[in-house]
Write a protein that binds this ligand. Sequence first.
Ligand SMILES: [Mg+2]
Length: 247
Amino acid sequence: MPTLNALPDQKPRSIAFDCYRTLVSNDHADWKVMFGRIIKEQNLPFEQDDLWDKWRKYELQFRANRTVLEDTSKSPPFKTYEWAWSDAFAKVFEDEGVSGDPAAAGRQCVEHLARRPLFPDTVPALQALIGRVRVGVFSNADEDSLRPLLKSTGIRFDAVCSSESTQVYKPAPEAFFAITKELGVSPERTWYVGDHLYDDVRGGNDFGLTTVWINRTGAKVGPDDAVPSIEINDLRDLPGIINSIGG
Ligand SMILES: [Mg+2]
């Protein structure tokens, strides 16, 4: 059952979606497969988990530092994931005295992220919304990961923005500005649907959007988390919620 914390009094004119873990799955197991392949192809002296743990440390540093939310003009210069991930591999190889090809490994990560399974509710939910509202995507992703993946839905989106195309990562307000501008709809009449309480809900709330948290795992909103306007566990709940609004 959806949880309606703050339902707007008018129907949305546009709905924008996050991609990973909202429309498609992106599990640790998928990443492990990719790391196994990189190790094999480059003949690296690591176990999968060992390379993952060492690389992930640098990857998390990148995520933690890439956006200064209090003043985004103080954020460091934009880096794509391919760039940041290649850098992280380069640091691990240097730390361990290993000769490998960090650029090839970073490229493989981006390409691998273009192949993720759609959740079973994704296409039916999108099909039910297309034509009723403008439908868009803003994803923290490189173009070469995002575009092939969205093509696999068979859906013609009205607007697609990536962090790479806009040179900014959610939850920066510039990200939500970019997608509402592409959709041509005001923030008051736009919903943003995502799985992440910080990137998606906090960012969307701050920009004045109606936020929808897709909670597929039965997680709880913590005391320090942003509170979504609406909580669902299946994207197919969206049309019914829109129907229940009068305006
Ligand atoms: Mg996500």
